[in-house]
Ligand binder design. Structure first.
Ligand code: 4NP
Length: 162
């Protein structure tokens, strides 16, 4: 079903650990749609389950807080097949996430999966760099914020899809 102009779209932001990048993507998207009055459902999940039940990485909480967004109460969880059935859009941070989602779900719902940075750089499948080991949380916040602006533009204003 094409929900491009619907007011009730749902988005699942996905990374590996669901403690660094996708919690920021969830928090930033929720903040922006709240300010725009869009009634969209937003959540995030990881492909690994390594950090199930944990709050986001303190460095993600900090960079979000610096930008007046509170992600401190999010809880990490692993993506499920039900997610693929229930969400309209599954948004991954990199190609490893894409491949893992495909493996975990047996390919169910893969037509709903897109790369977050494709909303800025169409069809390039660029990665949001994983800051867990190398840092760069300010950069991750900025690039995710820009891509989320473009994502909102795509799904609130036009029929276009990535
Ligand atoms: P994320 O970052 O996928 O952006 O949440 C990571 C968090 C944890 C690990 C890797 C990446 N880890 O290996 O535990």
């Amino acid at each position: 079903m094409d929900n491009s102009n619907s007011s009730s779209q749902s988005f699942l932001m996905v990374c590996l650990g669901n403690i660094c990048r996708s919690p920021l993507a969830e928090g930033i998207l929720k903040d922006k749609i709240y300010k725009k009055g869009l009634d969209w459902k937003v959540d995030s999940a990881g492909t690994s389950g390594f950090h199930n039940g944990e709050n986001p990485d303190p460095r993600s909480i900090q960079v979000a807080k610096k930008n007046n967004i509170d992600i401190s109460r999010q809880i990490s969880r692993k993506i499920t097949v039900d997610d693929m059935l229930n969400y309209d859009h599954i948004i991954v941070m990199d190609s490893q996430n894409y491949q893992m989602v495909n493996e975990i779900t047996g390919g169910v719902g893969m037509e709903k999966v897109s790369f977050l940075l494709d909303y800025l750089y169409k069809d390039e499948h660029r990665a949001v760099p994983d800051p867990y080991y190398d840092g760069g949380f300010d950069y991750v916040f900025d690039i995710v914020s820009k891509a989320v602006d473009a994502l909102i533009e795509t799904y609130s204003n036009s029929e276009q899809k990535v």
